[in-house]
Design a protein around this ligand. Structure first.
Ligand code: GLN
Length: 530
């Protein structure tokens, strides 16, 4: 039987260090050496999954093929590696406690006091072990920062992990910030030393120390960190800020991370193929033509709320060889100001997914502008639903048409709830989630973009195009270009427009830098021609 190896990735000093990107890049490097990897994320919060958190709290909710609502780091894992991710790839404290408490109620611990150690830690360890026996290395990222109260049971589980597995099969990697002090013109190592000291206090000695830094580190700093953190000097890795996240695998390779890991685990791999990553980076460096498109969304001022959409737009730009600027437009601004003036430099408009009433009117104005001025328009999920509302109101003459999400009493509920959604008593994990088949109508723009008549795309929504309005809207000139289970409308377009597509699903969850999603590639291509 194959021996499974594990890499644990923890973070120190501050959050937002790019731990997820580091874990994903390690996965990419190991795959370049011909190894098979799995990736898992453990998050300390008590929500069972992030599906019930808003973007202020959590950033994007990333949806997997099986419908699991997960952390956005799983998006990095999918964009960087070929690892198969499922609901088991994402675990929160809430999920762990829910499982333990369910067992307690069933009476499976009868007679015992149920405790963090061993019951919670056992449940965590069970979830850390790989399910797929064909994988060589499982990379496990722990969310949060070492020292957080909520992380303690996870760190304890990691410490115990090497009692069950041989230490030579488990590698601890710690990602820490080395702050640069401008006034002293110095890179400081003390916070990193202290976070390693915290880990060592818990009984975890890192083998690899990845130092996030804006300036290059000297050999002296490497030796100092090695000595004080008890990490071999070749395990002290400089992880510099880079222009594009897709440079990280090459950079870590040059720093020797992959060779360190192979040696540690005793892998005898001879050949490393990093060509795909080199190609991506050289394409990014050669991007020429400038293109600006607008993204109209409620959370444009947050970095992470539309993470996968921004990434997919970049993939589309890389595929078209253009340098992309995204004008992030708050739809509430469009409600107050002149839409034409605000969007005048944008050659494409995208309205992403979303929930809730705020900014809806502004989004409708942006869509109307795109439709009437023949500007390429891409509506995703809520963006598609609002494109249908705008068309119903302003082309089909259905005044006050709306989605029942925003106007339950509308006379024309063009977007509505299916029966299966009407009587739900719980919110968590109950939307239409995950992969669904979509049949694409031949000779449509959608079919041209995909080059296919059948695709699988991921969903996350409650509301649907109301079938009762299909005839009326089609007669007014709307094209239904994709249909799903039970004939549900999955995609619409306008034939008389250069590029106007709305999709009920989320194509941004299936794009990567090597192979841009066909719809993003086509959208950017159309914007360039506009
Ligand atoms: N709020 C809409 C719905 O639930 C759209 C959801 C989304 O854009 N992901 O159907």
């Amino acid at each position: 039987m194959r021996t499974m190896r594990y890499i644990f990735v923890t973070g120190g000093v501050v959050s937002s260090l790019g731990k997820g990107l580091t874990a994903a890049s390690m996965g990419a490097l190991l795959e370049a050496w011909g190894l098979r990897v799995a990736l898992k994320k453990f998050d300390p919060y008590l929500n069972v999954d992030p599906g019930t958190m808003n973007p202020f709290q959590h950033g994007e909710v990333y949806v997997l093929a099986d419908g699991a609502e997960t952390d956005l780091d799983l998006g990095h894992y999918e964009r960087f590696t070929n690892a198969k991710l499922t609901a088991d790839s994402s675990t929160s404290s809430g999920k762990v406690y829910a499982a333990v408490l369910k067992r307690e109620r069933k009476g499976e611990y009868l007679g015992q006091t149920v405790q963090v150690i061993p019951h919670v830690t056992d449940e965590i360890k069970k979830r850390m072990h790989a399910a797929d026996k064909n994988v060589d290395v499982t990379i496990i990222e722990l969310g949060g920062t070492v020292g957080d109260i909520e992380s303690m049971p996870f760190l304890e589980a990691i410490r115990q992990f090497v009692l069950d597995e041989k230490k030579s099969n488990v590698l601890f990697a710690h990602v820490a910030l080395l702050p640069y002090l401008r006034v002293a013109d110095e890179i400081k190592t003390k916070p990193a030393q202290q976070s390693v000291a915290l880990l060592r206090g818990i009984g975890i000695q890192p083998d690899l120390l990845l130092c996030r830094t804006e300036k290059r580190i000297t050999d002296e700093i490497r030796r100092k960190l090695s000595l004080f953190c008890n990490v071999p000097v070749e395990g002290v890795i400089q992880e510099l800020d880079v222009q594009s996240i897709y440079e990280v695998p090459n950079m870590l390779h040059e720093e020797g991370v992959d060779r360190f890991i192979l040696n540690y685990f005793g892998f005898a791999q001879q050949h490393c193929n990093l060509d795909p990553w080199k190609k991506v980076v050289s394409k990014i460096r050669r991007l020429r033509r400038q293109l600006t498109i607008a993204l109209v969304g409620k959370y444009v001022h947050l970095q992470d709320a539309y993470k996968s959409v921004y990434e997919s737009l970049d993939h589309g730009a890389i595929a078209n060889g253009c340098r992309l600027g995204v004008l992030r437009v708050d739809p509430e601004l469009l409600e107050k100001e002149n839409v034409i003036a605000l969007l005048k430099d944008c050659r494409g408009i995208l309205v992403p997914g979303g929930f809730g009433n705020r900014g809806i009117l502004g989004k409708l104005s942006a869509i109307r502008h795109a439709r009437t001025m023949r500007i390429p328009f891409f509506g995703i999920c809520l963006g598609m639903q609002l494109a249908v509302v705008e068309f119903a109101r302003n082309v089909a003459g259905l005044e006050e048409a709306h989605s029942v999400e925003f106007a339950p009493e509308t006379p024309h509920p063009v977007i509505t709830l299916m029966d299966s959604q009407r009587n739900l008593s719980t919110k968590g994990g109950t939307m239409r989630l995950g992969h669904y088949d979509c049949q694409i109508v031949p000779e449509t723009l959608l079919q041209k973009a995909y080059g296919d008549t059948h695709v699988l795309e991921r969903h996350r929504h409650r509301y649907e195009f109301n079938g009762a309005y299909v005839d009326k809207l089609v007669k007014s000139g709307l094209t239904i270009s994709g249909t799903g289970p039970h004939g549900l409308v999955e995609a619409v377009e306008i034939a008389e427009h250069p590029w106007f597509i709305g999709v009920q699903f989320h194509p941004e969850f299936q794009s990567n830098p090597h192979r841009a999603h066909p719809l993003f590639r086509s959208f950017i291509g159309a914007a360039l021609e506009n």
